[in-house]
Design a binder for this molecule. Structure first.
Ligand SMILES: *Cc1c(COP(=O)(O)O)cnc(C)c1O
Length: 399
């Protein structure tokens, strides 16, 4: 006899970590939509319907704008594997966990990688990129950088770096997994050549698709490669024939996860209804309120001042506080997930996400209250209610 499985029973957590963030209820409803064939004219229509708002959220006119089947890392892999060929000189900016992942991928494409480094929690300075481009001694093909470093809480300015990169005839490749629809990101105005994101951060859909966009210069490189892309699944020259089409016909490449496309489409519909500008302002306001609370609680923010990411805050674990116990208390007593520090920041910071649907006044106040309670449990000195009060003051001032 085969054992019968118990009914699925998963708690409905408040997900205030580095992602996934809570799924918007409208997105869950869209996911009940029936699966239909990948060449059904109605499905092709839905694809086009999804690509249009995707372009407007990326702020681009790029024709080659589509969802990759897979999570944010699949978007990263599609970006890097399509652009890089063996022997290419590439520069990767490395000031956090996801920069390190890009280095690994570039090396797997047999690129010659030059690093531009900064401490985890500080931005990459444009002068560093300029110096690296000069130091390589031959044409650099692409410079890779993370816009929103979810591991450190840094929002990296890109405009000046993009100017320098293009002056030297290179392409700019940007990881915008945690910034798309949560922070200002202007793909065309900032002249970004390849940009990718994920569905489970600020778009409030489940993990499973990676929006990506390629500029014309980037597509020219992809279409004129010397050797085929080393990933069959992510080969954009083939994906193009399905997602954009070839003289009006669509060619099967792989079955797109329809349910995730419905989810992405609804997530984008919510973004468009709210308005991109209003959404970005909302993320900033809630992050500022959280930070105002931390300031009076004596909790330091790890990321460099002036470059703090609204969608993810790295809060330093106060002296004498047990990080594991703190997060376990939040999870078990308040049903809230926050993230732990990773790699060199492990045990040193909490990673607090306020992404998309989750970036609300109610969530900020709930988290501050829960955090105060847990810190007091561990004997930390603070005025009960002070953090919540400072946040409400910020809300009152900005109403
Ligand atoms: C989450 C994240 C990724 C990876 O996305 P997955 O969905 O986990 O594959 C890549 N880059 C950044 C900056 C991220 O925050």
């Amino acid at each position: 006899m085969t054992e019968r499985l118990a009914e699925l029973n998963v708690p409905d957590r408040l997900l205030l970590g580095p992602g996934p963030s809570n799924v918007h209820p409208r997105v869950y409803r869209a996911m009940m939509t029936p699966v239909i064939g990948y060449l059904d004219p109605q499905f092709i229509q839905l694809l086009d319907d999804t690509q249009r708002p995707l372009r407007s959220v990326f702020r681009t006119e790029n024709e080659m704008t589509m969802p990759i089947s897979g999570t944010g890392t699949a978007g990263m892999e599609a970006a890097i594997y399509n652009i890089v060929e063996p022997g290419d000189a590439v520069i990767v900016c490395q000031n956090g966990f996801f920069g390190t992942r890009m280095v690994d991928m570039a090396k797997r494409c047999d690129a010659e990688v030059t690093l531009v480094e900064a401490d985890w929690g500080r931005i990459i300075e444009p002068e560093q990129v300029k110096a690296a481009l000069k130091s390589v001694g031959r044409q650099v093909k692409v410079v890779m950088i993370v816009h929103a470093e979810t591991s450190t809480g840094i929002l990296q300015p890109l405009e000046e770096i993009s100017r320098i990169v293009h002056e030297e005839g290179a392409l700019l490749l940007v990881d915008a997994v945690t910034s798309l629809s949560g922070c200002e990101l202007l793909v065309d105005d900032w002249n970004i050549d390849v940009c990718f994101s994920g569905t489970q951060k600020c778009l409030s859909a489940p993990p499973g698709m990676a929006p990506i966009t390629f500029s014309q210069p980037a597509m020219d490189i992809v279409m004129n490669r010397k050797e085929p892309v080393r990933s069959w699944y992510f080969d954009v020259s083939m994906l193009r024939k399905y997602f954009v089409g070839d003289q009006g016909t669509r060619v099967y490449h792989h079955t797109p996860p329809m349910t995730m496309l419905y989810a992405l489409r609804e997530g984008l519909r919510v973004v468009v209804e709210e308005g991109l500008e209003a959404r970005i302002t909302r993320h900033k306001r809630n992050a500022d309120a959280l930070h105002a609370g931390f300031a009076v609680m004596g909790i330091e923010i790890h990321a460099q001042e002036g470059y703090r990411l609204p969608s993810l805050t790295t809060a330093r674990v106060p002296e004498g506080i047990d990080d594991d116990e703190l997060r376990a208390g939040l999870l078990n007593e308040h049903n809230i997930e926050v993230g732990r520090g990773i790699a060199e920041l492990q045990g040193k910071v909490l990673r607090i996400g306020l992404m998309g649907y989750n970036s609300t006044e109610a969530n900020v106040l709930t988290l501050l209250y829960a955090l105060e309670t847990q810190l007091l449990n561990q004997g930390f000195q603070l005025d009960k209610g002070a953090g919540v009060s400072a946040a409400t003051t910020h809300y009152d001032k900005t109403r």
